[in-house]
Design a protein around this ligand. Structure first.
Ligand SMILES: [Zn+2]
Length: 276
């Protein structure tokens, strides 16, 4: 019930933002906007920079530099095998022990909440989440999602820096809470597929993507199964994803998979001990 109210509230704010954006489309802007429907890399990066500044204002970046460095290192290992190399990926831990969430911004900034990191049992499971987020960036999903959700006018205004207040609202509505962000089902599948491939090529056990999804499901069930987790708000049914991931896993030979890394001890000592 509470979640429903919050969702409704979120949509109202988003509609308000949309209405604001509609007032100011000019022909000149429309020329720019058509092009923005598929954001160029530099536009995407610019948009991401605006949002990243807002995220880091609204959320608490975890102060432990060793923890940040650990996560950056895992991210770099995945980014090296990412199919898109024209953006610089970044990986930042948000100190929010009760929030199970992670998200990517256009252009490559990605964020991981400590509430989600606590649910991971090993490095490979965290890497699985990270690889999925990199997958959205690598497949250039944000341009389509953002113009569909916000309209091109608004996206272009944010890129041009004309609406700092709107960038803040979009961050809190679309990304941090995941209330209104909707990648399409096909995009989620693609992010899972690319993610599992990066996970495997970076030397991690691809099964970790499945075991982590099962942990999310279990966590949600223990809380009444209401799908209240922000991370579920942006994804298709997790049961469906588990099925898809099981079929993707078959592409990798079992004997090779067994030899890949989980990084359990490293994760316990360098992450979990700090977060508990
Ligand atoms: Zn996703």
């Amino acid at each position: 019930m509470k979640q429903r109210e919050r969702t409704l509230f979120g949509h109202c704010i988003l509609w308000g933002v949309l209405m604001l954006g509609m007032g100011c489309a000019t022909l000149e802007q429309e020329g720019l906007l058509t092009r923005l429907n598929l954001l160029s890399t530099s536009e995407e990066v610019q948009l991401g920079e605006r949002f990243a500044a807002e995220v880091e204002k609204q959320e608490t970046v975890h102060p432990d530099e060793a923890l940040q460095a650990y996560v950056r290192e895992v991210g770099a290992r995945l980014a090296r095998v990412a199919p898109r190399q024209d953006v610089r990926y970044s990986f930042t831990v948000i100190d929010a022990p009760d929030t199970v969430n992670a998200f990517a911004l256009p252009g490559g900034h990605t964020y991981y909440y400590t509430g989600l990191m606590k649910l991971c049992e090993n490095e490979a499971e965290l890497a699985a989440v990270m690889a999925h987020e990199i997958g959205h960036v690598a497949a250039r999903h944000h341009g389509e999602m953002m113009t569909r959700q916000l309209g091109m006018e608004l996206v272009s205004d944010i890129i041009l820096g004309e609406r700092p207040g709107t960038a803040a609202t979009v961050v809190s509505q679309l990304f941090s809470t995941g209330i209104a962000a909707r990648f399409s089902r096909a995009q989620e599948r693609e992010a899972d597929q690319l993610g599992m491939d990066m996970l495997y090529r970076a030397g991690y056990r691809p099964e970790a993507m499945i075991t982590f999804m099962q942990k999310l499901l279990e966590y949600d069930r223990q809380r009444g199964g209401g799908r209240a987790l922000p991370i579920f708000a942006t994804h298709p049914a997790p049961e469906e994803r588990v099925q898809l991931l099981q079929s993707l896993l078959q592409r990798y030979p079992p004997e090779t998979r067994q030899q890949q890394e989980l990084g359990t001890e490293r994760y316990q000592s360098q992450v979990l001990q700090k977060l508990r």
